[in-house]
Design a protein around this ligand. Structure first.
Ligand SMILES: NC(=O)c1ccc[n+]([C@@H]2O[C@H](COP(=O)([O-])OP(=O)(O)OC[C@H]3O[C@@H](n4cnc5c(N)ncnc54)[C@H](O)[C@@H]3O)[C@@H](O)[C@H]2O)c1
Length: 277
């Protein structure tokens, strides 16, 4: 069991938590992916050191080098987010190289296509484990570190609009994303006393490698979907990163335990009619 400091009031917002994130350390799981890499770059722009935590070591190394060549500080950490030992070791590696953990963004995930009637237990488990079990394992390890440090922090879990608007034939994805919002609420309750806020963000569709893989299987899907987006475009990874960074900033310190859509009006579009159709 880890030794926890006595229960205390959340720390006051100090000058060092305002504005710049210099001296702070962020872990981004799935950090080498489309959304993850935009989030890593944004943290670096704000002065934080970044751990690109991903199963794809080559892509993680490339991103860490690119961040470093832009003047930032980044390390690549290979991790399988569903594996307890791998996650424990990844967080230890981050602390031994970068000294601490202030922010955790859990972005690793998969998008398996299968309607429930045809879904294997393996497919169900893979989805739940990457999104939800991965969040549990990483939050527990990084959370223990943040609590031990004693000066707060922020966690952001990458949910999706599919948490409330399920996608046909992706029967394990939406339930996993919905669970992440509940899990952010759970942690928000348990960790507010330590000055750690925990939230989920729920993007609509972003053009990342994951989405490109989906569209390559179903080319007509993009046009169909965009008809339901009043804003008529996908969200940019940088826009999702802006929201994540905001939730990690002192301006967001009172936002805790919620899932926040960033969807261009999609979830509100039940009665929407595309003017061009
Ligand atoms: N792209 C979208 O439109 C969209 C919308 C809403 C939510 N999301 C969510 O955002 C997150 C990132 O999506 P993306 O579009 O950037 O996908 P992506 O495929 O570009 O990136 C996912 C990253 O996660 C890593 N990863 C996958 N499984 C892993 C595991 N078990 N352990 C460690 N790393 C693992 C991959 O190597 C990859 O780098 C996912 O959780 C996804 O569900 C994406």
């Amino acid at each position: 069991m880890i030794r926890r400091p006595a229960l205390r009031r959340a720390p006051p917002v100090t000058a060092e938590r305002e504005g710049s994130m210099e001296q702070k350390v962020a872990i981004v799981t799935g950090g080498a992916g489309g959304l993850g890499s935009a989030i890593c770059r944004k943290f670096s722009t704000r002065g934080a050191a970044v751990a690109v935590a991903d199963i794809n070591q080559e892509a993680a190394e490339q991103l860490a080098q690119s961040v470093a060549s832009d003047g930032g500080k980044a390390i690549a950490v290979q991790v399988e987010v569903t594996d307890e030992m791998s996650v424990t070791s990844a967080v230890r590696t981050v602390v031994s190289h970068l000294g601490r953990v202030d922010f955790l963004v859990h972005c690793a995930g998969t998008n398996i296509k299968a309607p429930i009637l045809d879904m294997s237990l393996d497919q169900w488990n893979i989805s739940l484990e990457a999104h939800l079990t991965g969040a549990f394992l990483f939050c527990r390890e990084a959370g223990r570190q943040m609590v031990e440090q004693g000066d707060g922090g922020s966690v952001v879990l990458m949910s999706s609009v599919t948490a409330t608007a399920p996608v046909p034939e992706r029967g394990a994805y939406g339930p996993a994303k919905a669970a992440l919002i509940n899990f952010a609420g759970q942690l928000g309750l348990e960790w507010a006393r330590y000055g750690i806020n925990v939230n989920a963000v729920c993007p609509g569709v972003a053009l990342t490698p994951m989405t490109e893989m989906v569209y390559s299987r179903e080319p007509e899907l993009r046009e169909q979907r965009l008809k339901r987006f009043p804003i008529k475009r996908e969200v940019l990874p940088e826009e999702v990163a802006d929201l994540v960074l905001f939730l990690c900033s002192k301006e967001a310190r009172y936002i805790n335990g919620v899932g926040i859509p960033i969807d261009g009006g999609f979830l509100n579009s039940g009665f929407y009619q595309d003017p061009e159709s």
